[in-house]
Design a protein around this ligand. Structure first.
Ligand code: KIV
Length: 257
């Protein structure tokens, strides 16, 4: 965590990606990403739900444990899901403790600025590193009326400062105009990690199945597809099915004498 924070002073742009299982965590960690997030976006990209609201703390602990086994060098952050920290600072601390003790997370993340400051303070007072998340907070989707760009610059700045003051070591800034993210990044001592927040943030995060072209139920403007693995998977599976049906697979080299 200290290296992650120091990166801001060194001008090293941080890279962060989501992971939900061992195999992908190994690949991303090997490829040199600075941090992995076990995001509650797993509600959408793993469970096939419309949003993240139904994801449980038990599910987050389970996926964090899978990812932790694949991490060699990156900072492992796990999301606190909806209703695992909103009830009270005590509930927040107990939930964060489970992600660390049972899941193997190095740090936790929760959503909200001013409204989550007491929970952040309780968690960080117990020496659990915490990443904040402001702007478009997906767990607020019902109040916000959808996944929309957040433009109230004054409120966003208040949220960012509240999260830093409460003890967060970094803040995800999601779906805010580029100039607002730049002002927040300049005002904070801790790194900002942008998603749909332009190039001025201290780092960037994307949902890995989006980046790899594996998930296209939703296609936000801020996603760049660095590969089309969805197409590669379809082609590979079509070839496998054809070869099994034709009798071309398995060949002698895949069989035992
Ligand atoms: O759940 C998630 O994957 C996230 C990132 C999109 C920041 O919170």
């Amino acid at each position: 965590m200290p290296d992650f924070v120091a990166a801001k002073g060194r001008g090293h742009r941080l890279t962060m990606l989501t992971a939900y299982d061992y195999t992908m965590a190994r690949l991303l960690d090997d490829a040199g990403v600075d941090s992995l997030l076990v995001g509650d976006s797993l509600g959408m990209v793993v469970q096939g739900q419309a949003d993240s609201l139904a994801v449980t703390l038990d599910e987050m602990v389970y996926h964090t444990r899978l990812v932790a086994r694949g991490v060699r060098r990156s900072l492992l952050v796990a999301d606190l899901p909806f209703m695992s920290y909103q009830v009270s600072p005590q509930q927040a601390l107990e939930s964060a403790g489970r992600l660390v003790k049972e899941g193997g997370a190095h740090a936790v993340k929760l959503e909200g600025g001013v409204r989550s400051a007491a929970a952040i303070a309780a968690i960080t007072a117990a020496e659990i590193p915490l990443m904040g998340h402001i702007g478009l907070t997906p767990q607020s989707v019902r109040r916000l009326g959808g996944f929309k760009v957040q433009r109230d610059a004054e409120r966003l700045m208040e949220d960012a400062l509240a999260v830093e003051t409460a003890g967060a070591f970094a803040v995800v800034v999601e779906c805010v105009p580029t100039d607002v993210a730049a002002r927040i990044t300049a005002a904070l001592k801790v790194p900002t990690i942008g998603i749909g927040a332009g190039p001025s943030c201290d780092g960037q995060i994307l949902v890995t199945p989006d980046l790899l072209g594996l998930f296209d139920d939703i296609r936000p403007r801020f996603v760049k597809h660095y590969a089309d693995l969805g197409q590669a998977v379809r082609k590979a599976v079509e070839t496998y099915c054809r070869e099994v049906r034709d009798g071309a697979f398995p060949g002698p080299e895949h069989s035992f004498r």
